[in-house]
Ligand binder design. Structure first.
Ligand code: SAH
Ligand code: SF4
Ligand code: F3S
Length: 453
């Protein structure tokens, strides 16, 4: 039994991608046996971990405004507080963070957070000492992290691959996360089994470039993502997804997996960034717009009800209005169920930062607005196609309004229904009654759920 008087409050704030969310889960899990108990607010914390994202300038600025607030808070209350900055800004800026923000005690990169316990112990012991650890250790952190002690509940994430060797012109990820590496398949399967034993009904296999997965299998051979998905599906998980993929690594075996694996949900996030070959080339994406469309055709031939989402960047250096029109055409051609779009943001140290021909902010604004309008039209058209259908929904929490429950369809649409809290963690059939901009609403038609309501 741990002595509760020695428990200290830990508050973790996470920005960025699913991988960062996963890392935060692992950090909390690792620190829990050492007496750190997660708390819901910074005010109740003895240690604050800011798990940061460096992808766009705005993401990085969020760290510094948060640190400004924390400093004022700490000075006003006079309390003891340990502040750790982790994630991609930690990796990119290292001890510059300590210089800019003296409130910070620890700076720890995404490949070294397994060392947090010893770093915390040292800075506590040697009061006032500040530590920076942004090494890319020779051994994968996954081998060095203790096994998880707690599950993640109904929806679980599982990192299978990390880092990226693609070096898209605009992107910091290859620098902040390091070279591409895959976890051994046996480790992934063991972790999936533990997640299932603690109640997971949906597992998302994660990686910055997840479909480049090439881990060593228990048979000593290299397994690709298609093979890994089959094995995880065979463990009996009801819903399986993977993200994020690169079009270059969308091979035929993976495409066929969408036909063959029933648990693999009919929704794929496949970032394309632009519809212009000229810009795709400058971006170093290693595929053309036609390549992308061909992949989509094959995917739809394998699984007719597959819905797609994507990421777009507008205003990459050199993007002409004709290039942008090509992006708009691609959006119309594919008919995405959802998509994220961003204004190009210059990141220090990336190849695009050194290019000339930067696009004016007002032009980027205008293009982004047009693109987002087209994406929104596509999303509501897609949501409309599901109205009247009865679909299985995995409920994951309460909705905003009283008596409202929130869940997801196989196509990752957010669903709201009026129903009992015991729906949470269940998969129930829902008739979709109405489509909204970013969600659908419906009525539970599973017999026992209706009786209980
Ligand atoms: N393959 C990665 C992509 C991470 S970044 C993954 O696993 O998700 C997510 C998205 O951010 C990219 O697809 C891209 O559309 C966008 N992005 C990356 N760098 C950017 C930049 N410098 N400016 C604007 N958007 C950017
Ligand atoms: Fe960044 Fe490109 Fe790698 Fe994705 S594939 S993480 S956009 S460099
Ligand atoms: Fe951001 Fe790092 Fe993820 S830069 S998007 S947290 S890999």
């Amino acid at each position: 039994m741990s002595d509760t008087s020695q428990r200290r409050g830990l508050y973790v704030k996470t920005w960025g991608c699913q991988m960062n969310v996963y890392d935060s889960v692992r950090m909390v899990d690792m620190l829990r046996p050492l007496g750190w108990r997660p708390v819901d607010s910074a005010d109740a914390a003895d240690m604050i971990v800011l798990n940061t994202c460096h992808i766009r300038e705005k993401a990085t600025e969020k760290l510094y405004s948060e640190l400004g607030r924390l400093r004022a808070d700490k000075e006003a209350s006079g309390r003891k507080l340990l502040v750790a900055v982790t994630g991609c800004v930690a990796q990119a800026e290292g001890d510059e963070i300590l210089r800019r923000a003296p409130v910070v005690d620890l700076v720890v990169g995404p490949q070294s957070y397994h060392r947090l316990p010893e770093l915390i112990a040292r800075t506590t012991r040697e009061a006032g000492v500040k530590l920076v650890d942004t090494d890319f250790p020779a051994d994968s952190k996954f081998d060095l992290l203790p096994q998880e002690t707690e599950g993640q509940g109904t929806l679980a994430m599982l990192a299978v691959q990390e880092g990226c060797d693609k070096f898209c012109s605009f992107c910091v990820v290859p620098y902040t996360r390091g070279a591409e590496s895959s976890r051994p398949a046996a480790d992934v399967i063991a972790e999936a089994k533990r997640l299932l034993a603690t109640g997971a009904r949906e597992i998302v296999l994660l990686g910055q470039n997840v479909n480049a997965y090439h881990g060593t299998g228990p048979d000593g051979r290299t397994w690709n993502l298609a093979r890994l998905l089959r094995e995880v599906a065979d463990l009996g998980v009801e819903r399986l997804r993977y993200m994020t993929s690169h079009p270059r690594d969308m091979d035929d075996e993976l495409i066929q997996a969408h036909r063959d694996i029933a648990a693999l949900m009919p929704f794929l996030h496949l970032p394309v960034q632009s519809g212009s070959d000229q810009i795709l080339n400058v971006m170093n994406r290693q595929h053309s717009a036609a390549d992308y469309l061909r992949i989509i055709d094959k995917l739809r031939a394998a699984r007719a009800d597959l819905a797609l989402s994507s990421d777009f960047i507008v205003g990459h250096p050199g993007e002409t209005s004709a290039d942008f029109d090509a992006t708009m055409r691609l959006v119309e051609q594919v008919g995405f169920a959802a998509a994220y779009s961003f204004k190009y943001s210059t990141r220090p140290g990336t190849p695009a930062a050194a290019l000339g021909m930067h696009i004016e902010e007002s032009v980027k604004d205008e293009r982004l607005a047009r693109l987002q309008d087209a994406i929104a039209r596509g999303a509501s058209a897609f949501n409309q196609t599901t109205v009247g259908k009865v679909v299985p929904v995995l409920f994951d929490g309460a909705g905003r309004r009283p008596g409202q429950m929130h869940g997801r369809t196989p196509w990752l649409q957010a669903v709201h229904v009026t129903g009992p809290a015991r729906l949470i963690g269940q998969i129930a059939d829902v008739r979709i009654d109405a489509a909204h901009a970013n969600s659908v609403s419906g009525t539970v038609v599973t017999a026992d759920a209706v009786e209980a309501a």
